[in-house]
Design a protein around this ligand. Structure first.
Ligand SMILES: O=C(O)CCC(=O)C(=O)O
Ligand SMILES: [Fe+2]
Length: 199
């Protein structure tokens, strides 16, 4: 694994910023299959406007604190062993501590994620989301809440993308479904969830 000093590209957005480390996990190719088998994948439920939907992707969750994501409460869960060195590398590279990880497994083009911001209250004022990508390089689209600015980045397998600053206040991001033939992709998104404040 690479530590500190890894080269990255800084992307200064209107209201926010990204850091993109393209070759962050050199052994990324050998990790896709183990991630598929070692992690506890399930098809999530999201509740939107009072209705339940199945997420069009598989997901998994590990973390030290409970997290409410798309109106669904995720209970604390002991880290899978193979995540610990990855979490450590992401902390070293990004310079932030994380205590949770939401994983996404897009098995084909019909799997995706709608536009959203990761701005739940328990992520604090300026949430940092640090994401590792394994497998097929899907387009990650960003749209500013002003309705005008937008751009797409295509994180490569083995890359680390850090979303920081005000990014989650002003921008939404998502992975569009596609009719094209696409390989599998796993993203691991590390977050820091504030412990509940004591009364
Ligand atoms: O898989 C991706 O690139 C995006 C994942 C994401 O936005 C999330 O987990 O909140
Ligand atoms: Fe997100």
């Amino acid at each position: 694994m690479l530590f500190a000093e890894a080269p990255f590209q800084q992307v200064d957005l209107r209201n926010g910023s990204l850091r993109y480390f393209e070759d962050f996990i050199p052994e990324h190719q050998s990790l896709l299959e183990p991630l598929k088998t070692a992690l506890d994948w399930y098809q999530g439920d999201v509740q939107l406007f009072g209705r339940h939907y199945k997420t069009p992707r598989l997901q998994c969750w590990y973390g030290d604190e409970a997290y409410t994501y798309s109106n669904v409460r995720l209970e604390p869960r002991t880290w899978a062993d193979m995540l610990l060195p990855l979490k450590h590398a992401v902390e070293q590279g990004s310079g932030y501590r994380f205590n949770s990880m939401l994983g996404n497994w897009y098995q084909h083009g019909q799997h995706g994620m709608g536009f959203h911001a990761d701005n739940e209250p328990e992520l604090g004022q300026n949430p940092v989301v640090a994401m590792l990508t394994f497998g097929y390089a899907r387009d990650l689209r960003f749209k500013h809440k002003n309705g005008q600015d937008q751009f797409t980045i295509t994180p490569q397998s083995g890359s680390l993308l850090v979303m920081e600053g005000e990014t989650q206040h002003y921008w939404r991001h998502g992975i569009a479904k596609s009719a094209r033939q696409m390989g599998e992709r796993i993203s691991l998104t590390f977050r820091y969830i504030l412990p509940p404040s004591k009364p």
